[in-house]
Design a protein. Structure first.
Length: 129
């Protein structure tokens, strides 16, 4: 599996299939997330995925763009789901929301070792209210 395929599988297996064993395998044990979520291990990354799972039901992910060069993979992802749990301090509303996020990954020896993500927090918060 090349780096772009690995990152694409990360989204499907992590957010849709909840295959956390795959996430533990595809990410380095000392994985670093440079986004506000701030994971510092593959186990932390699984914890974040589980939080998102509790916040949004019927979550759908569409990989809109994926680009790769050397050890870097850049993505643009469309997230769609139903607000089913507290998110950003806002209790579940049952609203269906969608948003795009940008996430970049560094892959070394077949493992995701770092990521930088931008989720449009203000847009998401406005859609939840």
């Amino acid at each position: 599996m090349d780096n772009k395929e690995l990152v694409s599988h990360f989204f499907v297996e992590g957010y849709i299939n909840h295959n956390y064993d795959f996430i533990m395998e595809c990410m380095a044990e000392d994985y670093i997330d440079h986004s506000p979520a701030g994971a510092r291990s593959n186990a932390d990354a699984v914890g974040i995925l589980k939080i998102v799972e509790g916040q949004f039901s019927d979550l759908k992910i569409e990989v809109l763009d994926v680009f790769g060069e050397e050890d870097m993979v850049a993505t643009r992802i469309l997230y769609q789901g139903i607000h089913a749990g507290t998110c950003m301090g806002i209790p579940a509303t049952g609203k269906h929301i969608s948003f795009e996020a940008l996430e970049n990954f560094r892959v070394v020896d077949g493992k995701i070792v770092e990521s930088w993500g931008y989720w449009p927090d203000k847009e998401i918060e406005a859609k939840l209210r």
